[in-house]
Design a protein around this ligand. Structure first.
Ligand code: NAD
Length: 366
């Protein structure tokens, strides 16, 4: 019997609400697929700070290590905003998890169904069929982690800070490989984003990516684009891209831009894949909605559970190799939305439903 062993970290705000619905759905899918599902639910973020004084308790980390992949909710909220930056739920929980599991590739599908086009700030003429692209961001290198990184006081009394953008070829090829594999399951087009007209790291990036694709994936159509142009093109004609990928900072900004044009954070899932493989021979990963803990709607039963549910589908696909089960979930979400069951964030000309009714409609389509 197939075994799916998940660490389930609901977190704060809407996290526990949408996670409990996702757990119900995964239980149904496992039953129907004949898989044994073991879920170890643990505290993380503000909830863990309140209960145990730390955003990532040792027991949570241990449960993650023992799992095939992590299903993460969202962390943070007003209650913990006055804590010192290093103790803030996001920084003190997510960054150590990324570090511990060497999560180097963030994959964000940017999917906007045709029915939800009015949710996008883009004019509907630009995206009559919606949006269907994938944004991949390198997650462990570049300016965020490069050394030296410091602030000094100069002789004249002013302060000076520096961050360092560093990339080595192996870091570039491993994210290029994630982009290539993603493109193979789609229309085999990849656009690599850089700033090769100015940055030394981007010159190496472009050169390495070009060689890598020529040598290993000649069947994929590779193009390059400068990041400033990519930001404009995303807002003007997003569907010219299929898979786009970039270094850490550019990817941080572009993936958020993509989230905005795709309408609601309530629909967007993400996967962060690690270097290490789990016991099934698939990449270990952390899967979470693109949005945060949404304190403005937490506790009201109106949050859209789709992003969390679709994150569960990504976990099944990438960390468990369960493509069919993942597609079943994605199709069920799509059909439920198509038929007009929608939470407030995506309700246009239809009466919005609550989170539980949204789940019920998705389960009915499974
Ligand atoms: P947010 O993503 O939580 O909310 C932004 C807007 O999107 C809000 O109006 C919210 O209601 C809406 N939204 C988000 N998810 C939704 C869903 N599933 N259904 C319906 N509407 C949804 O961003 P924010 O308000 O800037 O941040 C709130 C808290 O979340 C902060 O403490 C922030 O640090 C934290 N945060 C955590 C993560 C994470 O856990 N990875 C990511 C981003 C923000």
């Amino acid at each position: 019997m197939r075994e799916w062993k998940l660490a389930v970290l609901p977190g704060d705000g809407i996290g526990p609400e949408v996670m409990s619905l996702t757990v119900e759905l995964l239980e149904q899918v496992a039953r129907e697929e004949g898989a044994r599902l073991e879920m170890n639910e643990c505290l993380v973020g503000g909830a863990a700070i309140d209960a145990e004084g730390t955003a990532l308790p040792a027991s949570t980390l241990e449960a993650c290590r023992a799992s095939d992949g992590i299903l993460f909710g969202s962390v943070g909220g007003p209650k913990w905003e006055s804590l010192p930056p290093k103790e803030q739920p996001e920084r003190a929980a997510l960054l150590p998890l990324r570090k511990e599991f060497h999560l180097f590739a963030n994959i964000r599908p940017g999917l906007l169904y045709p029915e939800l086009v009015p949710a996008s700030p883009l004019k509907s003429e630009r995206i009559p069929e919606g949006i269907d692209i994938v944004c991949i961001r390198e997650l462990t290198g570049g300016l965020y982690f490069g050394q030296p990184k410091d602030t000094v006081t100069l002789e004249n009394g002013e302060k000076q800070s520096r961050d360092t953008m560093v990339y080595r070829t192996s870091e570039i090829t491993r994210i290029a490989e994630v982009a290539a594999k993603t493109a193979l399951g789609r229309s085999r087009r990849v656009c690599s984003i850089d700033k090769a007209n100015v940055l030394e790291t981007s010159v190496l990036w472009r050169d390495t990516v070009t060689r890598f694709f020529a040598e290993h994936y000649p069947e994929i159509e590779l193009s390059h684009m400068l990041v400033d142009n990519a930001a404009m093109q995303l807002a003007g004609n997003p569907n010219q891209f299929d898979v786009l990928f970039s270094e850490n900072l550019f990817g941080d900004i572009l993936s958020d831009e993509m989230a905005v044009i795709c309408g609601s954070l309530g629909m967007l899932a993400s996967a962060s894949l690690g270097e290490d493989q789990n016991r099934h021979g698939h990449p270990f990963g952390l899967y979470e909605p693109a949005g945060g803990s949404a304190p403005d709607i937490a506790g009201k039963g109106v949050a859209n559970p789709c992003a969390q549910i679709l994150s569960g589908a990504l976990l099944l696909r990438h960390s468990l190799g369960e493509e069919a089960a993942a597609t079943r979930i994605e199709t069920a979400v799509r059909r439920a939305v198509e038929k007009g069951t929608r939470t407030g964030d995506i309700a246009f000309e239809v009466e919005p439903v609550g989170s539980s009714a949204m789940l019920a409609a998705i389960r009915a389509e499974l």
